[in-house]
Design a protein around this ligand. Structure first.
Ligand code: PLP
Length: 371
């Protein structure tokens, strides 16, 4: 057997998917239009509504998570307008970059990597920049495992004249995301993380408040593919036949449909509790090995865990050892944390306690080799 066939994938996405998801994707290619297809896409969108906890419109974009984020920011703000971005990690930087590529002015609320965003600082920035049209934050900051308080931020912004944009790429399906209750106007995610699909699809939930801003003018010159008005036009005008503007991969959608059905069958809360127990067990084991988690136990992320590499050890060595000696693939850090921490994704529906135990014994082996 080739090594890649039995490597246990425990990186922070993409995730190992259930064999039933793979089987659904291996069925013959079907057209991305016609009554059966319309029906299928509607089923996917209805399941996504349950996961997003929303009555808002859902669009399933063809692309990765960044596509949905680009669409959120680029469709609702125009060149020269202002956005406030809470930034405490690599993917916060990504939000800034996406906004800047759309010619949008960014007022950044920076927070140290590893620390949660401070809601009050965001509100202060909004006071200082009353002309800002939106506030954007990452929910689960995959580079540090920090979970930002999107519930608190959303509730504070609900009655304000700004949109709330959330990157839920590594949280949707694994951590509660209550789009309606928390007043999230544009919530962007991806198929390849907690939803249990493969890369290629980017669901997005769009509120009526978001549409009001998007529909102010037709002058927005931020491209065609990521213009949400294009996606809405096809959903509305071609909805009974060809609901997306582009050729969406029917095979990848078939896989996501099965993954979503499995999530709903298991129960969203039960699935999340299962992930949380994996996180607790991993943290317990890390403490026993004297490997310090990067964030405090009280701030546990149910789907992602990071820990400091032992003094003098580049985390890349751990990643390589686990991969080569134990066929377990985890990740190092990102940015300046690259050599300092290692990150474990336990957001796959097929990862279980045994996998966590195997990972911990592999880490113990690494320690034995190096001491
Ligand atoms: C929080 C977060 N935002 C955005 C992205 C980018 O998503 P994609 O690689 O699917 O474009 C990622 C990818 O890991 C992520 O974890």
């Amino acid at each position: 057997m080739k090594k890649s066939e039995f490597t246990k994938l425990m990186i922070p996405g993409p995730v190992e998917v259930d064999p039933q998801v793979l089987a659904a994707m291996s069925r013959p290619v079907e057209p991305h239009y016609g009554p059966e297809w319309v029906n299928k896409l509607e089923r996917v969108n209805n399941l996504l509504k349950q996961v997003f906890q929303t009555q808002n419109e859902i669009f399933l974009m063809a692309g990765s998570g960044s596509c949905a984020i680009d669409a959120s920011i680029g469709s609702s703000l125009q060149t020269g307008e202002k956005i406030i971005i809470g930034n405490n990690g690599f993917f916060g930087d990504r939000l800034v970059s996406i906004a800047e590529h759309n010619g949008i002015e960014v007022a950044e609320v920076k927070q140290e990597w590893g620390k949660k965003l401070d809601t009050q600082k965001i509100l202060n920035m909004l006071k200082a920049h009353p002309d800002a049209k939106a506030v954007a934050v990452v929910h689960s900051e995959t580079s540090t495992t920090v979970l930002n308080p999107i519930d608190e931020i959303g509730l504070q912004l609900k009655d304000k004249n700004v949109l709330f944009i959330v990157d839920a790429v590594s949280s949707l399906g694994g951590v509660p995301v209550q789009v309606d209750d928390w007043g999230i106007d544009l919530c962007a995610s991806a198929s390849q993380k907690c939803l249990g699909g493969i890369p290629g699809l980017a669901p997005i939930a769009v509120s009526s408040k978001a549409w009001q801003l998007i529909d102010r003018t037709h002058e927005n010159k931020h491209g065609w593919f990521t213009d949400l008005r294009v996606w809405r036009k096809y959903a509305q005008e071609w909805g009974s036949w060809h609901p997306t503007p582009i050729t969406i991969s029917s095979n990848v959608v078939n896989g996501l449909l099965v993954a979503l059905e499995m999530l709903i069958d298991e129960g969203i809360e039960k699935r999340m509790e299962r992930f949380r127990r994996l996180a607790l067990s991993l943290r317990k084991g890390l403490h026993e090995l004297e490997l310090k988690p990067f964030t405090p136990d009280e701030e546990l992320n149910p789907v992602l865990t990071a820990a400091y590499s032992p003094a003098g050890v580049d985390s890349g060595e751990i990643v390589t050892y686990l991969n080569e000696a134990h066929h377990i693939q985890i990740s190092g850090g990102l940015g300046f944390l690259k050599p300092k921490i290692f990150r474990v994704g336990h957001m796959s529906p097929v990862i279980n306690l045994k996998d966590i135990q195997n990972l911990l014994s592999a880490l113990k082996d690494f320690q034995r080799q190096t001491t």
